[in-house]
Design a binder for this molecule. Structure first.
Ligand code: CA
Length: 427
């Protein structure tokens, strides 16, 4: 266990934290918010409130960090991500001091408390990062095995490269959206088994439950990142729904991989939970067999004990029903290996880049991160709490992904949620 005072389970805030909140003083995730009629700015979630970090900076309470005010009054976290871990850690540590029940500074500065805290329901949460590049990996052994069994029933479900390379592909940054953004069912070219290719709305729209990490500026072009130092460049994590049109994907993916079946939308949760806040919940990552090449070999392989769930709501059932629960802990490839691999050819990683894990699935059939797995490619529809069934998503369905760590001996440090409703094609 670390001595970091920001992680002290006994620490209390003067802000009231509702029971079971994802956002106690030990979390302090960063995001971008906007009051009606005002410009976007940096905030931190605390209980049901948002702490206006920009207002604190404007009042001189963050002067010790020596950051330009523009970092706090930006419309994304990218300017903060241009700095390094020392600054990220220093800012979070200072905010924890200001929110500590022992520190009345915020309350005693005239009027600042009212200006610096705003109810979460009164603000709009914006997309927290503006990634130049977005990569989606394929790092769950269970997910890769499940899909391999479906698409290649006669051979080894894993392709020969899978245990040697963190497989991934470059995603589409322009269609990254924040939680709450509705997603229109995409049009695309697809082909049924006994029919010619045709253009139309996807008939097999799916979700993918993933966890993404957000980086600082990690390396200069031509200089790979050392796998054992890779986490130094990871600012924090968020939840990702990689919407997937399975019919479009199945027809287009050979030989170059996912393209338009994925690029129409990817949803992100609004709060980036820092890697520092997640330190108490790190666990040993699974053994890798066969051993990996040196550039992927870690002295200390760490995963994250993060419970994740998928909930679905429908037009007839507005309250989301949990349809799957998985854990991020047993991902085969770690974040450090993913970042080392991405940069192993000298590719520069920039501040604000996003690296998604790939669908997180567990060893049990009912613990999967996508409908294609839960329903066996649509053959066994799942039953919802109100008796409705789903093979794939229907118009009007809402997907809600949630995640949290701890909650027992340790504080509950959560990610909030990423939510999106499916609209009919063309809307
Ligand atoms: Ca994916």
């Amino acid at each position: 266990m670390t001595n970091d005072p920001t992680l002290d389970p006994q620490r209390r805030s003067w802000v009231e934290i509702p029971e079971g909140s994802d956002f106690p003083i030990q979390n302090l995730p960063f995001g971008i918010f906007q009051r009606p009629g005002e410009t976007p700015r940096m905030g931190v979630a605390i209980g049901d409130e948002v702490l206006d970090v920009a207002a604190l900076a404007g009042a001189g309470l963050l002067d010790e960090l020596n950051l330009p005010l523009g970092v706090y009054f930006a419309d994304s976290l990218n300017p903060l991500l241009e700095f390094d871990r020392t600054i990220w850690r220093g800012l979070r540590s200072r905010l924890a001091e200001l929110l500590d029940v022992k520190d009345r500074e915020l309350g005693t500065v005239h009027g600042l408390k009212n200006r610096a805290l705003v109810a979460g329901r009164d603000v709009e949460l914006l997309i927290p990062i503006k990634p130049g590049d977005y990569v989606d990996f394929y790092s769950s052994l269970h997910h890769a095995t499940n899909l391999g069994r479906m698409f290649r029933p006669d051979g080894d479900p894993l392709l020969p490269n899978w245990r040697h390379i963190p497989i991934g592909y470059h995603g589409r940054s322009s269609s990254l959206v924040v939680s709450g953004t509705a997603v229109a069912r995409p049009f695309g070219q697809r082909k049924g088994p006994d029919a010619p290719p045709a253009m139309g709305p996807s008939e097999r729209l799916d979700l993918e439950l993933e966890v993404g990490f957000v980086t600082g500026s990690a390396n200069a072009m031509g200089t790979p990142v050392d796998v054992n130092r890779a986490e130094d460049h990871i600012f924090g994590l968020l939840l990702v729904n990689d919407w997937s049109a399975r019919d479009i994907q199945a027809w287009e993916y050979q030989p170059l991989g996912p393209f338009l079946g994925k690029s129409f939308a990817t949803s992100l949760s609004p709060w980036v939970v820092t890697l520092d806040a997640l330190a108490p919940y790190r666990v040993p990552a699974p053994e890798q067999d066969p051993p990996v090449l040196d550039y992927l070999h870690e002295d200390n392989r760490l995963g994250l004990d993060l419970r994740l769930e998928i909930a679905l709501a429908t037009k007839a059932m507005p309250r989301p029903d949990v349809v799957s629960r998985v854990n991020f802990a047993d991902m085969y490839w770690t974040m450090a290996q993913q970042l080392a691999h991405v940069t192993s050819n000298g590719t520069p990683v920039q501040a604000g880049d996003l690296y998604a894990s790939g669908t997180v699935s567990g060893p049990e059939p009912e613990a999967a991160g996508s409908l294609i797995e839960l329903t066996k490619n649509g053959a066994n529809p799942i039953k919802l709490a109100n008796g409705e069934t789903r093979a794939f998503l229907e118009d009007g369905d809402t997907v809600v992904l949630r995640g949290s760590c701890g909650g027992g001996q340790l504080p509950r440090v959560g990610f909030g949620e990423v939510r999106g409703t499916v609209l009919p094609s063309g809307q």
